[in-house]
Design a protein around this ligand. Structure first.
Ligand SMILES: [Zn+2]
Length: 263
């Protein structure tokens, strides 16, 4: 590599808010925070610098890209990774833990003795969802409670758990707070409220059709249900959901509705 190209690359890494390496997308949110995501799962990986070292949230860019992630982290901040946090225990978020633990990082659920972080547990996407709020940067990491690239997945907590989780997130930071979902682009509190509104519209429509005795296949062809799902298609993908995923979303929504029937 020529000296000029090398300087070009370095300036790109340090001065551009958005950088694409071959497999990992890097976005600078503030001086202290970056979000990285691999092509494999699109899981948002939080990278936070503190006085004592670096914190990685959900460091999983895909099994084959952990070394690449490590190199990118080192090129952004010249500090050791001290803590690994996970928003929840699904493998697309936890799969890289061991790699970084072997290099000396510690997996923790909360960062004790830290005034910079707020950690709150909720139950929505999984039975144990962790919300991490980084005060200095006004950034909230919420895992798969919120998704800006997919439909909602509130299966563990149901309607109540989902709404409680959104309320919890809304109370953190101010109206300028940036919310980092488990997958998809970081978004504002307004987008989160829109996501909640669309989610309750979805549940209401599926409940209505399910009560009429419609099965999954019939609901899949309901124009209103289809148009509600399109509201989650923020990236204007076409098609947004493969048919199989759409059907599964309806099935899982019905199981939540059935579970809540007697409540
Ligand atoms: Zn996920």
């Amino acid at each position: 590599m020529t000296k000029f190209k090398c300087i070009q690359l370095i300036s790109l890494l340090f001065f551009s808010p958005t950088v694409f390496s071959s497999n990992i997308h890097v976005e600078k949110l503030s001086d202290q925070v970056h979000v990285l995501s691999g092509k494999e799962y699109g899981t948002n990986i939080g990278l936070i610098t503190t006085e004592n070292g670096l914190i990685l949230i959900d460091p999983m860019p895909g099994g084959g890209h952990l070394l690449e992630l490590d190199n990118i982290v080192k090129s952004i901040y010249d500090k050791p990774i001290i803590y690994i946090l996970n928003t929840h225990a699904h493998s697309d978020h936890t799969g890289g833990n061991e790699f970084f633990i072997k290099q000396g990082a510690r997996f923790v659920e909360s960062i004790s003795n830290s005034d910079d972080f707020v950690h709150i547990k909720v139950k929505s996407h999984s039975s144990n969802d962790n919300i991490y709020y980084h005060k200095i940067s006004n950034t909230i990491f919420v895992g798969d409670v919120f998704d800006t690239s997919w439909h909602p997945t509130f299966y563990a907590g149901g309607t109540q758990g989902f709404n409680d989780a959104i309320d919890t997130i809304m109370k953190l930071g101010d109206e300028q707070a940036l919310i980092v979902p488990g997958h998809g682009a970081p978004a504002s509190k307004l987008s989160l409220l829109e996501f909640r509104k669309n989610t309750s519209e979805w549940i209401m429509r599926v409940r209505e059709l399910h009560q009429k005795g419609w099965d999954e296949d019939r609901i899949m062809n309901d124009a209103q249900a289809k148009s509600i799902v399109e509201k989650f298609n923020l990236g204007d993908r076409s098609p947004f959901l493969p048919q199989k995923a759409f059907k599964r979303f309806i099935e899982r929504t019905i199981s939540v509705i059935e579970k809540e029937k007697g409540m």
